[in-house]
Design a protein. Structure first.
Length: 119
């Protein structure tokens, strides 16, 4: 079974930083393309950042210059470094990744991690 495990959310004051992590559930699986999404209460799920298997990145305009997506293939993990956080960044952050597992490739979602930014 393919599972993504997220960690790193929490409560932080405006201007602070958090680092989110997303790891695949088994060491024999690997992450190809991946992305972070976020969803605030009553709003749609939005793409925050993406990274390809080759390391190319893409960001939503609202987070450019503040957030950085990265990957560590040796650890089968993807990260989202969030700096200069604003109250508008408050949301559940979800990892979405194409995982290579025993039976080929499949897309999977993490369970989500809450990020709350206070004034």
């Amino acid at each position: 079974q393919v599972q993504l495990v997220e960690s790193g959310g929490g409560l932080v004051q405006a201007g602070g930083s958090l680092r989110l992590s997303c790891a695949v559930s088994r060491s024999t699986f690997s992450i190809n393309d991946a992305a972070w999404y976020r969803q605030a209460p009553g709003k749609q799920r939005d793409l925050v950042a993406s990274i390809s298997s080759g390391g190319s990145t893409n960001y939503a305009d609202s987070v450019k210059g503040r957030f950085t997506i990265s990957r560590d293939n040796a650890k089968n993990s993807v990260y989202l470094q969030m700096n200069s956080l604003e109250p508008e960044d408050t949301a559940v952050y979800l990892c979405n990744a194409k995982v290579r597992w025993d039976y080929g490739n499949r897309w999977a979602w993490g369970q989500g991690t809450q990020v709350t930014v206070s004034l």
